[in-house]
Design a protein around this ligand. Structure first.
Ligand SMILES: [Zn+2]
Ligand SMILES: [Zn+2]
Length: 305
């Protein structure tokens, strides 16, 4: 890959963990920025999605998990384990909320027989020793010569440790062509303060629900009470409100992901665009699994200030 190509591939774009015939995948993303490959969320399908984008799993090095809902981390262990069987010998840094260490320790424990066998039988390094977990909290969580990563607590009850993430290059003064700033909303209720966090970003990737389609979706799911519906209302963002955040932040482009619904033939790209058009006039991407979006100074999708 070119060191200068900044892009996001939306590997999984549906909201929620369930898949059915014809479903898209739960949330995962491959971010290429500042010469790094970074995985953002590890919902079901992330491993296949990464290799389909040409990533060598043995190069896996940086993973961020926005919050501990299964549609964002169910495949974290299988991804790292599969990378290990694909030749991973170098360290993997995993950033995630408090509690992720328990998942990881118990995943390793659950696979102990296989892991020990492969260490002895195939000469592989100890998988557990390759992985370092970092507890994600608000503020700057990673900083090196070329990249700054910041986390902001968003609003996704009943979870508390749940984050939006900002990835910004530090090359802004040196080379305009390498400038890049992308923000992931994570799962969140409408959060106007996210506009400050995402101020002037080249790309905002925001979760979204399509209001008109929710009654039919709820009917199809057929839950016995309205708790799931209430969860959607207090913990997620309508598409038109994602548009408001993008407009207030003056971002270069808006991409919608974590789509609810994601599998209703009556509600496609056109309906999503219609929902957003009153609040956002700029470049708009309605997420699809495998969609690649270039961003940053080399793209020119950001109007000159
Ligand atoms: Zn989710
Ligand atoms: Zn969630």
């Amino acid at each position: 890959m070119s060191d200068h190509k900044n892009q996001v591939c939306l590997l999984g774009t549906k909201g929620g963990p369930a898949i059915r015939p014809g479903s898209t995948n739960p949330t995962s993303n491959l971010l290429r920025i500042a010469g790094l490959e970074i995985v953002v969320d590890c919902g079901l399908g992330v491993t296949r999605g990464l290799v389909d984008q040409g990533m060598q799993l043995r190069d896996l090095a940086n993973i961020f998990i926005t919050h501990l809902h299964s549609d964002h981390y169910l495949e974290l262990g299988p991804l790292i384990h599969t990378a290990w069987t694909a030749g991973l010998k170098t360290d993997v840094q995993v950033f995630g909320p408090k509690g992720l260490d328990r998942y990881w320790a118990q995943f390793i424990d659950s696979m102990r027989d296989d892991i020990n066998l492969r260490i002895a039988d195939e000469g592989r390094p100890d998988l557990a020793s390759l992985v370092t977990l970092h507890v994600l909290d608000e503020g700057e969580v990673l900083s090196n010569d070329t990249l700054s990563v910041k986390a902001m607590r968003n609003v996704h009850p009943p979870l508390v440790d749940t984050f939006a993430l900002s990835f910004q290059t530090k090359s802004r003064t040196k080379s305009k062509t390498e400038d890049a700033h992308v923000v992931f909303s994570g799962d969140t209720a409408y959060l106007p303060a996210l506009a400050d966090f995402a101020k002037d970003a080249d790309l905002l990737i925001h979760e979204a629900m399509l209001e008109a389609a929710l009654p039919a979706l709820f009917g199809r799911i057929g839950n016995s009470d309205d708790r799931l519906y209430k969860h959607w209302m207090r913990s997620h963002t309508m598409a038109q409100d994602a548009g408001k955040v993008a407009t207030a932040a003056k971002v270069g482009a808006l991409a919608l992901n974590h789509l609810i619904p994601s599998d209703d033939a009556d509600y496609g790209e056109k309906q999503w665009q219609t929902a957003v058009q009153a609040t956002w006039k700029g470049a708009l991407h309605i997420g699809k699994d495998g969609m690649t979006i270039d961003f940053g100074g080399n793209v020119g999708n950001k109007p000159a200030a």
